[in-house]
Design a protein around this ligand. Structure first.
Ligand SMILES: *Cc1c(COP(=O)(O)O)cnc(C)c1O
Length: 459
């Protein structure tokens, strides 16, 4: 019996290319629309917010995009990340399934997010940007971008959702340690923030509001500041594909191939990162791996949302994209998986899900914490509450395999650790957490507020 637990690559195996799903996706991308005119956006409009290199990646249909040496050098601080066979978890479940996880929690920021943050900071530096603005929910994205901006000597303004700002002081301190300025959103610094505060002085904030503030700060900076987004966009998903490319090589080292690949989804970047290279193998090389996205029942954009054109943010300043959405005015329940509370889902992932190339399921909060605690006690790592959604699904797959007496090879992405989320674990252990299912009627109500898009543009 091969009792190997960790499957490691060395620095030379670090991928040289990101994989672009647009080259192989059987579903053509819908146009991205201007929030005011509702016509397809021009590169000039996007260039107010993003440097040209990233805009080109956003619309590219090239299959492989070279990772710049400067970015690969920084990736080497934590990549290639380990692939681990979760033998002790398998034993606890008494399952014939083999469970593997890709451990993205080993990055300095503690999640997969530096994979894109480093690339985005690099391309902005190259374009002469002086500062970046961004939003952060749980604080994971803000800390990843703060880390990356530090490496490239860029200033960073972070609009942090107020409820997280209040509940997660350590993430804020981490960002400040890397050199970022952090504000509790809604703030009084932007027109949009002031308008929210005038109606809701105690607003807990939302990712949608924070995005609007960060976009406004960049758009009104006369070109000195650009905006940076940690998920949803094509170029972000692209940068995350290093996860899946490494996993393919590592599964090979393990002498197995996954029957199912699992990731949690907020905006979809870590799931796309691990699954798109496996989807390429399905599409081009005859593999039949199931690709399973897991979301919370409190923010069920794939499983309950509508596939339609919607604004990327609450203030209707960000582009309109075709995606699975709960409505841009969605205000999430204060669940602890803060990174999974965005109202929409990445357009490429939405299109592939709609066409049946990817699958999705929604899971309730309490069960994810139960799975997280079992994982900590067997594998040792305290997972991020977001990642716990993937762990729960992997456990469910392993138990189903046991029931059916099949050997199943399961791979999931451990998108981050939960060492800064201990207050959530405390709330769980003291019985204060609840399940929350977002009502379908609320989704329908939000659909009244969708942008009115002409059919011609929508085709
Ligand atoms: C941000 C985050 C997520 C959700 O974002 P995606 O873009 O869907 O990956 C998941 N897990 C962790 C640890 C995160 O920080």
């Amino acid at each position: 019996m091969n009792a190997q637990t960790r499957f490691l690559l060395n620095e030379n195996d670090l991928p040289k290319y990101w994989y672009n799903i647009n080259a192989d996706s059987p579903v053509p991308p819908a146009p991205v629309l201007h929030p005011a005119t509702k016509e397809p956006v021009t590169p000039d409009f996007l260039n107010v917010l993003f440097p040209m290199d990233l805009i080109q990646q956003e619309v590219s249909s090239e299959r492989y995009i070279e990772i710049p040496d400067e970015v690969r050098e920084i990736y080497k601080l934590y990549r290639p990340t380990p692939l681990v066979r979760a033998r002790r978890l398998e034993q606890a479940l008494d399952t014939p399934a083999h469970i593997y996880y890709k451990n993205e929690s080993v990055s300095p920021a503690g999640s997969h997010k530096p994979n894109t943050a480093i690339a985005q900071a690099y391309y902005n530096k190259l374009a002469g940007t002086k500062a970046l603005t961004t939003e952060t929910g749980a604080g994971q994205w803000g800390s990843a971008l703060a880390l990356a901006c530090g490496f490239f000597d860029l200033d960073l303004e972070v609009y942090m959702v107020r409820v997280s700002y209040d509940n997660k002081p350590y993430r804020r301190i981490m960002m400040e340690n890397y050199g970022a300025q952090v504000y509790a959103s809604p703030t009084g610094h932007t027109q949009f923030g002031r308008s929210v505060l005038s109606h809701h002085p105690d607003s807990p904030g939302s990712l949608g509001i924070a995005i609007s503030e960060a976009v406004e700060a960049a758009a009104t900076s006369n070109g000195t500041k650009k905006y940076s987004l940690g998920s949803v966009l094509n170029h972000v998903l692209l940068h995350q594909t290093v996860i899946g490319e490494e996993s393919l090589k590592q599964m090979d080292l393990a002498g197995e191939y996954p029957d199912v690949v699992i990731g949690c989804v907020g905006g979809g970047s870590n799931f796309a990162g691990i699954s798109y290279p496996f989807l390429r193998e399905n599409l081009l090389n005859g593999h039949r791996t199931r690709l399973l996205a897991v979301e919370p029942t409190s923010t069920p954009s794939l499983t309950c949302g509508v596939y339609t054109f919607d604004y990327g943010d609450s203030a209707q300043m960000a582009p309109i994209v075709k995606m699975h959405t709960l409505g841009h005015d969605f205000v999430p329940a204060p669940i602890h998986a803060g990174g999974l509370r965005y109202h929409g889902m990445a357009p490429s992932l939405s299109a592939l899900f709609e066409a049946g190339y990817l699958q999705a399921e929604a899971v309730p909060q309490l069960a994810t914490f139960e799975a997280a605690v079992l994982f900590s006690r067997t594998e040792g790592i305290i997972p991020a509450p977001e990642s716990a959604h993937a762990i729960l699904s992997a456990i469910n797959q392993a138990l189903q395999a046991k029931e059916r007496g099949e050997k199943r090879v399961i791979l999931f992405n451990l998108s981050g650790h939960g060492n800064f989320d201990l207050a959530a674990y405390q709330a769980y252990h003291s019985g204060q957490l609840q399940d929350y299912a977002y009502p379908r009627a609320a989704v329908q109500a939000s659909m009244e507020h969708l942008p009115k898009v002409e059919l011609a543009a929508a085709i």
